[in-house]
Write a protein that binds this ligand. Structure first.
Ligand SMILES: CC(C)(COP(=O)(O)OP(=O)(O)OC[C@H]1O[C@@H](n2cnc3c(N)ncnc32)[C@H](O)[C@@H]1OP(=O)(O)O)[C@@H](O)C(=O)NCCC(=O)NCCS
Length: 190
């Protein structure tokens, strides 16, 4: 699929390195001041590479959906949604990251809706949930603009080895969310 110069496709194992690089860049950009500098400036690129290699190589590919957005062959954004993580809340949107310079063009919204659309196709009637750091005001504004409902606050253990105040958002009715189809509100001219 191609819109505004972006190509959207499911990730393969061959994407693990580029997803890890974008994940690292995005954490360093968005989580500065939230996670410790020593962690963000440490060897997280290698840690993320192992994480994505393991995730994309693991069994159960039908229970996860990792979708990438590319422009001119370069990774611009990715989303990952899992069906078997805290299933009492439905599907779990585990990662959504947009290349820092491409934020605000509508890519995040598009990938979010594509993830919800996949959940609806696999598990009709399920909700979707996610965790976000309480201090990640940009992402919270984004999720609230998309109608997310706050259902839980807690301290969550992070990959950095410390607990961070986090919030769970849920979208209970994906059918209503998606009833107008998958919107593209990209602002590629911005
Ligand atoms: C959060 C993120 C995925 C949003 O993606 P994006 O492509 O920048 O967002 P979009 O352009 O699709 O924005 C969609 C809507 O969300 C809202 N929004 C986006 N960023 C926002 C912000 N920082 N504050 C408030 N609202 C925001 C806006 O209403 C926007 O639509 P509008 O401008 O047309 O009204 C992206 O900024 C990102 O990668 N952040 C860093 C990583 C991160 O924190 N990921 C989430 C981890 S839980």
């Amino acid at each position: 699929m191609q819109k505004k110069g972006f190509v959207f496709r499911p990730a393969t194992l061959a994407d693990s390195q580029s997803i890890a690089s974008l994940h690292t860049l995005s954490w360093r950009d968005a989580y500065r001041g939230i996670l410790p500098d020593a962690y963000l400036d440490g060897p997280i690129a290698g840690e993320r590479a192992k994480h994505w290699q393991a995730r994309l190589a693991s069994a159960g590919a039908d229970r996860r959906h990792v979708l990438v957005a590319e422009r001119e062959g370069n990774l611009a954004a990715f989303v990952c949604v899992l069906l078997d993580e805290e299933q009492q809340w439905g599907a779990c949107l585990d990662n959504l990251h947009v290349f820092p310079r491409l934020k605000g063009y509508g890519l995040g919204r598009h990938l979010f809706f594509r993830a919800a659309e996949w959940v609806r196709s696999q598990e009709p009637g399920w909700p979707m949930h996610l965790w976000v750091f309480e201090a990640n005001e940009g992402a919270r504004g984004f999720y609230e603009a998309l109608g997310g409902e706050v259902v839980e606050h807690c301290l969550k253990q992070t990959a950095a080895g410390i607990e961070i105040a986090s919030i769970r958002y849920v979208w209970r009715d994906l059918v209503s969310l998606l009833e107008d189809g998958v919107p593209w509100q990209g602002r590629a001219e911005k």
